[in-house]
Design a protein around this ligand. Sequence first.
Ligand code: PMP
Length: 348
Amino acid sequence: MIEELIRPHLRTFKPYVSARSEVLDAKIFLDANELPVGNPVGEGGIGLNRYPDPFQIDLRKAIANGLAVDPEMIFTGVGSDEIIDLLIRLFCEPALDSVTVVEPTYGVYRVAANVNAVRTTTIELNEQFQIDLASTLASVRPDTKLIFLCSPNNPTGNVLNREDILSLCKKTSAIVIVDQAYVEFANGSDDLARIVRELENLVVLRTFSKAWGLAGIRLGYCIAHAQIVSYLLRIKSPYNVSAVTSRLALNALKNRNFLVNAVATIIEERNRLATRLNALPCVVKVYPSDANFFLVEFQDAHLVFETLRRAGIIVRRRSEPRLANCLRLTVGTREENELLLSEIRTKT
Ligand code: PMP
């Protein structure tokens, strides 16, 4: 079934074979036109004068081990943003195919589709910001190749019901992409990765940019059916993930305590911040959050935004009519959150 969803020309396409695609293990490398005399930066033995492993085998194994899935089910990209783009390019024929975007949600799904001249169908989440199964399923037409879901959802902060996600996967032939960029902040809702083994049209996106604290290295990954991963490996640029990124991510994975502690700190701060925000007269509603941010409705979001900006505090505005008067606030350190609260309390 996956094969049928892949763009026809990519089913038979011959990928670029890079110098390092085949032999990684040799005494002397004279195949890739690299500089043999080192490089000008101190680099901790990574060997930066050499190209990295194009298939990121060690990194994919380490990620897979942590999730108890096969490395063949892991694909790594330059942030999950690269993977969103690659999935669209793998499955969607420009001007012919379409993707469903379930709003309000992360803006890159739509932008990546637009860049690729792929049409989007918009379906609204219901009042509770949950999937409206009937309308989402009704949006699926023969040309719908992908459905983008985000859980916990950005910017609303809530986890989507697991049963709805699974039911959507079972009732449609389209690929259902569940972006779990913030899943580490949502207690106990990370088991979708293992379910990918049973549902070949489910793709789970994850990132090192949030709970791992490594937005700067640009590393995301997806957990997907091995056939989808093998196609992604064929269409990506030859050396997408750098040796520096790969090394730092491998180091991070050996230090899971960092993630556990960081998540605990953010959740504690999230709870505190919710209580404190709820007590402010200018706050209309603090939406419950399973992520490291809050969607907050204010009496006058513009005033709050401008006041915070003058104080050097940047938060995210929302433009959707449904989120008029809402701002998205990232949970910061205790000190940062205190400053945020005191600016809102005293100046708005
Ligand atoms: N998905 C969601 C839901 C996000 O909010 C973000 C970043 N804001 C991303 C993906 C992008 O992640 P990455 O840094 O891995 O490209």
